[in-house]
Structures are given as structure tokens and as C-alpha cells.
Design a protein around this ligand. Structure first.
Ligand code: BGC
Length: 902
């Protein structure tokens, strides 16, 4: 070999070694540095198209599963173009390296964000050792229309269909459509429906605020002639509910801004140059359903070139003077499609479909037949033994959709502006013989993401979890509703407040409740009063205190579950006003007014006790909120007031001789215990009474309404009676959750009783689903640690109970996944725990009660032996013995504990 060849070989080998080294080093580098953050969110949303928050908040998750991993710093870049971001240029905001552990609620501090613009952002993090990691994948957020003046057009109305044609001279590079309605709209451009939202916009307090949606319509537009078509429905705006309708007719407000390749911009807005005509939706109503006459369809009405000479000019409508806000929450969508389980034919021409599951939505119909044939779909939750549907509990809601065929081959129909709560569908008027394929169930709800899971070895618990999830989803229709089927479906605040925690564990509710809390604020009167239902239709002003408490409580849960400080800031004045309003109604610090109290209780508790408990609760929360916001003076003043309310409460309701509050019901005992209203020296006695009431007086059954039950199981668990709480949770005779299931419930009932008559008895209420949070906390063991807002500090503490052999829970928190799965067999408890990066935890590994010598291993390490912590296991920094448990202090990571003992 020549010398030159030799040196070439040397060079080649060196290069390949270098490449190999580089390839090798790259993953090694990631091993040492922080990994690229994932799961990027802006205002809790993934790549939102239109937000109107001047200083949006960012959030990311550090995927790193290493032990004890903490973010020590971050850097956020926000750029005006994807290219700049790619080159690591944050021309709109470069946070620089910020020494901080925050990975959620990080507030934008860049240049003012411009109406209608899209921004691109990414983030990187520094790990515990101070190594910087790679940047995340890029994410984006679009700004909505920030000023009222950005809307060039006017509110218009018409006869169902509205259309507008316009020409575009050239190629479109970017286009956004902003749409809102009083009522519901369906947007079409050039023959296609835009987006997958249905029943949009969200139902809000219209005189104060309507929500608009922002659509990226760039690819829907074309060089040359274009057409926009909008179908309008009445929705809640024109629906009489609990009173007269708010508006006579639906109205549309539309703005489309189009950027052309040559740099020009074109604006298309709603005005009276739009044309209108009646469409195929002959009538629509949320309660009653749609009537759709396909013969009245106007083929190609939403395409350019359609002859609209006979159409009338659109009418100008008053619309609302309320604010136009960006819709920043999961939209209502079709979230699932169900195949019917069976079809029966109980009478000639009557076909009954059973979907096997109660849910909110509608049925999709497939039919062939003669023009003018009228197919009727009627919906019900219940069925009679003769196989016919039972609609007695729908009250005045007609809950039916009617489809009139155009007679042109296969016709497919779904309603446009209604939804129903049902398990069964009655089909009549079908031309020919239908089959199982004639109908599909379309599940429709606010499309919140599932973030939690809970399963356990006791089947009844899984069944309850199943009905909670379905019940919760069917009661999310841009507001949390009480029910989904009868002539109600309202934002009853009592129902909302008791279920908010359960909902936040099962689903990502952050954006949803952010909106709902705004609705509450919009509904608040200047003197601080808030109503029973939001938007206000049913009930009264001021709310029953157990309903009004939704305002402080949901704000507080937002802080606890998501670390949301902004909601506390934005609502501080509102919360204070509400508190001060309650004070004006309290006499000698006791708040007695009440309308519903412990609603649907089996044993009645005086409403005054319930109201006054919440007066105390609200005051304490306000004090805590003030503390978080650094308002020390208020924090102290309200803490002092809370103390006075507590004393007055005990004077008013506690009987020291009997150890009972008021009439001694489960609710009367459980609420004061839960809220720490009970003087310390009386606690044992009060709990003893509660225990006896449950076990001896009611043979281990609940007798509370939906207020008391929220506190009953948690307080039993807290005071060492997890077994009793578990017995209540798994009870199968009346009254219990298991009883509903034994009677075939697939969503939770409104009443503990099994009723199917015309009285109030919805079979899809979610309020008794509050037990869901107890599943996660007590059995799944996932709890917030002290001052652990947003799961910054976590307490993992599952309770061993009776015949439960294993349980497994996980929650996708703002910081990442927290999970706990445990198994128990005699003499051994195994427990797998995941703590996300950037959090720390106290992990309580339970022992059997009578165990004496206990050893705990984590993976291959012994971490507890001879009554002492054995250091050395990475991530675990300390351990202490507690009553029947060993508690470990740990950082992030996945841990597998095995506790053995005799
Ligand atoms: C609703 C309840 C609500 C209650 C107020 C009922 O009609 O369905 O869930 O909270 O009224 O008492």
C-alpha cells in the first residue's frame, strides 16, 4: 500500500470513527441533558387557531423519566414565522434562559400580539445538572380578532340559509374566517362544511359575551369565484327555557380576512348584501329536535355559480352588544359512533333500537325510499316491558327528529341544531324494513380529552367508573349541564361544583372551566349575587349558597389541579363581591337562606346547615385565594371572619350533649367534619355518630343528597374509616351507586330511587358522580401534596381496604403523568408509582394493620429494613414510619416498591 493510500485510509477511518462517535455521542448527550419538552400547550390548547389573550400562557411536559429530575431553567422562543423559529430566532419573544422550575402557566412577555396573526413557539429546558436539552418540536397559536373594529360587518339573519359570493383575483396564501352566532351556525365554503365543530358557538351569557370560532380556511378558497354559505339554527338563543326566549331569531356575525399572493388583502363580512332563503331545516329546537325536509334542500347553495336571484337580501339583526370573545375550549363535536346492540319490532311499523349505553347526541339515519316519505326518530332513556320506549321523564321535551325524504337513492341524515339524551331510538315511518345498519349512535359533547384512568379488582367500582365517565361526558355541552334529555339541560351550579374535581381527574377540563368561570362572572350582578344556573334560565338570583359556591370552588380547583393563578387574579374582585354579598344575607355570622340544600336526600338535612357550611367554606377559600395572590391583609381578614363563622356555626347547629349537628343526618355530620368546623375535642364523638348512623341506623347505606355525599367518603377515609367508605362505594342494595347498576344504569341517575314515571327522574345526571374523585384519591392514592398546586408536590397514598386486591390510577397532569398501581396479597404489597419530572412526592406504602417486621424494596434495592431507611436508591431521599405505612420522599421517576412483612 502506498503511503498516500495509507493516509487516505487513515483519514477515512478517522472520519467514520468521528461519525460513529457522533452518532454514539448524540444519544449519550440526551442521556445527560434534559430531553426536549413535549405536549406543548398554549392557554391549555394544542395549536389553537384563535385566542384573544394578550399574554397567553405556555405549558409543556418534560418527558424525562429519570429519577429526581427537575427543570432548573427554560427558554421560550416565539417567532413570527416558522423559518425564524427554525433558526432559533424568537423575534417576538425570546425569554432568554429563565432560572425556574415552572413548566406550566408560563406567561408570555414579548411584543404585543397582533390581531389575526399566527405565532410559532418552542421551548427548551435545563435539567437538574444544568445541562440544556434540545428544543421541542415547534407549536403555534393564532390570535383572534382583538378589537371590535376588526369586525367590518354586521349581525344578519334570514330564513335558515345565508350565502355570499365573491371573487378572488389570484392565489390565496392565508385566510381566516371568524364566525359567531346567536344560536348555532354551520359554515360552508365552496361546497364543503368547514371544521368539525357542531352546535357552535358555545352557549354563553349572550348579552354579555358571545364566542367566535376562528377557522383556517386557506385551502377552502380558490382563485376565481367563491361562495360562503351559512346555515343558522336557533339553539339556546331562541329557545324558551325556564322563561321566554332571549332572542326572536338567530343571527350571524362573520368576518373573513384573506391574504393574497400579491400581498393584497380581501375582507368578506356579513352584511345585507348576503342572500337568504329557507333551507331544509323546517324547525329546530334543542329540546324538541330538528325537522328536516330534504325536498327543500338547495343543491349547491354553498358553491359559486348558484342562482340566488330568487333569494331575499339578508336582514340586519340587532345581535348583541356583548363582547366578542374567542372560543378557547374544546368544541362540541361528534366524539364517537355507536353501533346499535339490537333492533326489535314490538308493533307493526315500530322499530326500537337499543344502543346499550345512555349518552348525549343523536342518531344518523340511512334510508332509501319515495320522495315525501316521513321518517320519525324518537329518543328515550327508558323502555317499557312491552318493548316500547318510555318517555315519561322527558317532561315537555319532544326529543324527536323528523326526516322527509327527497327520494333520490341512498339518503343520509343527521340533525343540525339539536341533541338528545338517550339509549333507545324508536323508528317509525321507515319505507321498507330497516336493519341494524339503518341507525348509528353519534356521541356528541364538548370534546375534552380523557386524562385519567381508574381500574380496580372489584368489578362494581369499574362499572361505577364507567357510568361516571359517560354521565360526565353527556353533561358537557359547552357548559356543565345537569342532564341531557329533558326540557332542562342547564348549567345548574350545584351539580357543577360537586362534580368538578371528578371531572378534572377524568378529563382535561382546564379550558372548559376557564370558560365556564367567565360565564359565572358574566352572570354576576353588581351587588355580587350569582344565579343558580349559568347562563341564567332556571332557579333564582341569588343562588342557593350550595349552588353559588361553584364560583369560588371551581376557581380554587383550577388552582389546585392546574396551578392556575390567573383565574384567581381575574376573579378576585368577583369572588370578594360574592362573599360580601353573602355577608349581607348572614345574621350574626350565620347564613341560613336555602332553597334546595342537600338536594335529593333520603334523610333531610336542614338547608341552613348546608348554606352556612358553604358560607364558611367560601370565606376560607377567599382567604386562601388572597394568600396565593399575596393580599395579606385580605387573607388575614377573611381568615378571621372564617373563625367567627365557625364559632357561630357551632353555636347555631352543634349539640354538645348528643355530639350531633342539627338533626344528626349523615350530611349534617359529614360537612362540618370535612370542613374542620368541628372543635378538635368533639371530632371523635361527631365521627362516632356518623359511623353509627351509617352502620347501625342504615345498615351501611348512604342517606345523603348530592351535596353531603361529596364529603362523606373522603371524610371517612381521612378519619381512618376507609373500609366503611369502601363498603358504601361497593354497596349494591338501595340506596347506592351499585343499586343503580344492578338496575341496568349505564349513566348515573338523578335520584337514588328507581323511578321511571313522569316525575323528576333523569337517568343521566352527573351530580352523584362526585364519588369519582374519591376513587382516584383514596383507592388510586393520587393526591396533591401540601401547597402542591398543579401537582408540584404529590402525595401518593392508596388505602388498603377489605377485599380490594389491586387498584390502578393515573392522571395526565399539567406536569406529566402521575400514576399509582398497587397489589395486595397476604404479607406483601407491591406498588408501582410514576412521578413526573419537575415534581416531588411523598409516597406512602401501606402495610397490613398487624404487620410488625417490615422490609421495603424498590427495584433491586432495599430501602427500608429493621425500622430504618436504607439510603442509596436513586431518587429516594428519606423514609419514615407512619401508622401502618412507610412514607418515602422521592423525586420524579418510575418506582416499584415491594413491602413484605409478618
Ligand atoms: C336539576 C338539578 C338541580 C336542581 C336544583 C333540578 O331540576 O336537575 O340537578 O341542581 O334542579 O335543585
Amino acid at each position: 500500500m502506498h503511503a498516500s493510500q495509507k493516509s487516505l485510509r487513515f483519514v477515512l477511518i478517522s472520519i467514520s470513527l468521528l461519525i460513529a462517535g457522533f452518532l454514539f455521542i448524540t444519544p449519550g448527550f440526551a442521556e445527560n441533558g434534559a430531553e426536549a419538552p413535549g405536549h406543548l400547550r398554549c392557554e391549555y390548547l394544542t395549536n389553537p387557531t384563535g385566542i384573544d389573550v394578550p399574554q397567553p400562557r405556555f405549558q409543556w411536559v418534560l418527558a424525562n423519566s429519570r429519577r429526581g429530575e427537575m427543570q432548573t431553567a427554560y427558554q421560550v422562543l416565539v417567532a413570527s414565522t416558522p423559518e425564524k423559529l427554525e433558526r432559533d430566532r424568537g423575534d417576538v419573544w425570546d425569554s432568554g434562559k429563565v432560572a425556574s422550575g415552572d413548566s406550566a402557566q408560563v406567561v408570555y412577555h414579548g411584543k404585543p400580539l397582533v390581531s389575526g396573526h399566527t405565532y410559532y413557539w418552542k421551548v427548551r429546558a435545563w435539567d437538574t445538572q444544568g445541562n440544556s436539552g434540545a428544543y421541542s418540536q415547534p407549536s403555534r397559536f393564532g390570535m383572534g380578532l382583538l378589537e371590535r373594529a376588526d369586525w367590518k360587518g354586521q349581525w344578519i339573519g334570514g330564513d335558515g340559509l345565508l350565502r355570499k359570493e365573491f371573487g378572488l383575483p389570484g392565489k390565496v396564501v392565508r385566510a381566516r374566517a371568524y364566525v359567531t352566532a346567536l344560536g348555532y351556525y354551520e359554515l360552508h365554503i365552496n361546497g364543503k362544511k368547514i371544521g368539525d365543530k357542531v352546535l357552535d358557538p358555545a352557549w354563553t351569557v349572550y348579552p354579555k359575551r358571545v364566542l367566535y370560532s376562528t377557522y383556517d380556511v386557506t385551502s377552502a378558497l380558490q382563485d376565481g369565484p367563491n361562495a360562503v354559505g351559512v346555515m343558522l339554527g336557533g339553539g339556546w338563543a331562541t329557545q324558551g327555557a325556564g322563561g321566554p326566549p332571549e332572542y326572536k331569531a338567530p343571527a350571524l356575525l362573520f368576518q373573513m380576512n384573506i391574504e393574497m399572493a400579491d400581498g393584497k388583502t380581501v375582507s368578506v363580512s356579513s352584511d345585507t348584501s348576503w342572500k337568504t332563503a329557507a333551507g331544509p331545516v323546517v324547525s329546530d329546537s334543542v329540546y324538541d329536535g330538528d325537522v328536516y325536509d330534504a325536498r327543500l334542500e338547495k343543491p349547491d347553495w354553498d358553491r359559486p355559480g348558484f342562482n340566488d336571484a330568487a333569494w331575499a337580501p339578508a336582514r340586519q339583526e340587532k345581535g348583541t352588544a356583548g363582547a366578542l370573545s374567542a372560543e378557547m375550549m374544546p368544541p362540541i363535536r361528534v366524539t364517537d359512533t355507536l353501533v346499535p346492540r339490537s333492533m326489535t319490532n314490538p308493533e307493526p311499523g315500530v322499530y326500537i333500537y337499543d344502543f346499550g349505553q345512555n349518552f348525549a347526541g343523536w342518531a344518523r339515519l340511512r334510508v332509501r325510499g319515495p320522495r315525501g316519505a316521513k321518517v320519525r326518530l324518537r329518543f328515550s332513556e327508558l323502555i317499557y316491558s312491552n318493548g316500547m320506549i318510555n318517555r315519561q321523564n322527558l317532561r315537555s321535551a319532544k326529543a324527536r327528529d323528523i326526516y322527509i325524504l327527497k327520494g333520490s337513492g341512498l339518503e343520509k341524515y343527521e340533525p343540525h341544531f339539536t341533541y338528545h339524551g338517550f339509549r333507545y331510538v324508536e323508528l317509525t315511518g321507515y319505507p321498507g324494513t330497516p336493519s341494524l345498519d339503518t341507525l348509528r349512535g353519534r356521541v356528541v359533547n364538548s370534546a375534552v380529552e380523557a386524562t385519567g384512568s381508574f381500574v380496580a379488582s372489584k368489578e362494581i367500582l369499574n362499572q361505577i367508573q364507567h357510568v361516571i365517565r359517560w354521565g360526565q361526558l353527556s353533561n358537557l355541552h359547552s357548559i356543565p349541564t345537569d342532564c341531557d334529555q329533558r326540557d332542562e339541560r342547564q348549567g345548574w351550579m350545584g351539580d357543577a361544583q360537586v362534580t368538578a374535581e371528578e371531572a378534572m381527574m377524568n378529563f382535561d377540563m382546564a379550558a372548559f372551566y376557564t370558560n365556564f368561570v367567565r360565564d359565572i362572572r358574566d352572570a354576576q350582578k353588581p351587588d355580587g349575587e350569582i344565579p343558580d344556573t349559568v347562563p341564567y334560565k332556571y332557579g333564582r338570583y341569588p343562588a342557593d349558597p350550595a349552588w353559588g359556591t361553584a364560583y369560588p370552588l371551581i376557581c380554587w380547583y383550577m388552582w389546585q389541579q392546574y396551578g392556575d393563578k390567573r383565574i384567581l387574579q381575574e376573579n378576585y374582585d368577583g369572588l370578594k363581591k360574592y362573599e360580601e354579598f353573602l355577608r349581607t344575607r348572614a345574621k350574626d355570622n350565620v347564613l341560613r337562606y336555602s332553597y334546595y340544600g342537600d338536594w335529593i336526600a333520603i334523610k333531610h338535612t336542614p338547608g341552613a346547615l348546608v348554606s352556612d357550611s358553604y358560607f364558611y367554606y367560601d370565606t376560607r377559600i377567599l382567604s386562601d385565594v388572597a394568600k396565593v395572590l399575596g393580599k395579606t391583609g385580605d387573607a388575614e381578614a377573611y381568615a378571621k371572619l372564617a373563625g367567627e363563622i365557625k364559632d357561630a356555626f357551632n353555636k347555631a347547629f352543634f349539640n354538645a350533649e348528643t355530639g350531633e349537628y342539627a338533626n344528626g343526618t349523615q350530611t349534617a355530620q359529614a360537612m362540618p367534619l370535612f370542613l374542620d368546623l368541628v372543635p378538635q375535642k368533639e371530632r371523635g364523638g361527631v365521627m362516632g355518630k356518623l359511623y353509627n348512623n351509617i352502620v347501625y341506623e342504615h345498615n351501611t347505606h348512604v342517606t345523603t343528597g348530592f351535596i353531603g355525599v361529596k364529603y362523606l367518603l373522603p371524610v371517612l377515609t381521612r378519619d381512618g374509616h376507609s373500609d366503611l367508605a369502601y363498603e358504601l362505594a361497593t354497596q349494591t342494595t338501595y340506596p347506592s351507586w351499585g343499586y343503580m347498576i344492578s338496575k341496568g344504569a349505564t349513566t348515573l341517575w338523578e335520584l337514588w330511587q328507581d323511578k321511571i314515571g313522569p316525575s323528576m327522574n333523569s337517568h343521566d345526571h352527573i351530580m352523584l358522580g362526585s364519588i369519582g374523585s374519591w376513587f382516584y384519591r383514596a383507592l388510586g392514592g393520587i393526591n396533591l401534596g401540601a401547597d402542591g398546586e398543579g401537582y408540584r408536590h404529590i402525595l401518593v397514598e392508596p388505602r388498603l381496604v377489605e377485599d380490594l386486591h389491586w387498584a390502578s390510577a393515573s392522571i395526565e397532569t399539567v406536569r406529566g403523568k402521575v400514576s399509582c398501581s398497587w397489589k395486595h396479597r397476604t404479607g406483601a404489597i407491591s406498588m408501582e408509582v410514576t412521578i413526573p419530572a419537575n415534581s416531588d412526592a411523598r409516597i406512602v406504602v401501606p402495610e397490613e394493620e398487624d404487620m410488625t417486621t417490615v422490609t421495603v424494596r424498590e427495584g433491586d434495592h432495599v430501602v427500608w429494613e429493621n425500622g430504618k431507611f436504607v439510603p442509596g436508591d436513586p431518587g429516594i431521599t428519606a423514609a419514615t414510619a407512619r401508622a401502618s405505612a412507610i412514607e418515602f420522599s422521592a423525586g420524579s421517576g418510575y418506582y416499584h416498591f415491594l413491602l413484605t412483612g409478618e
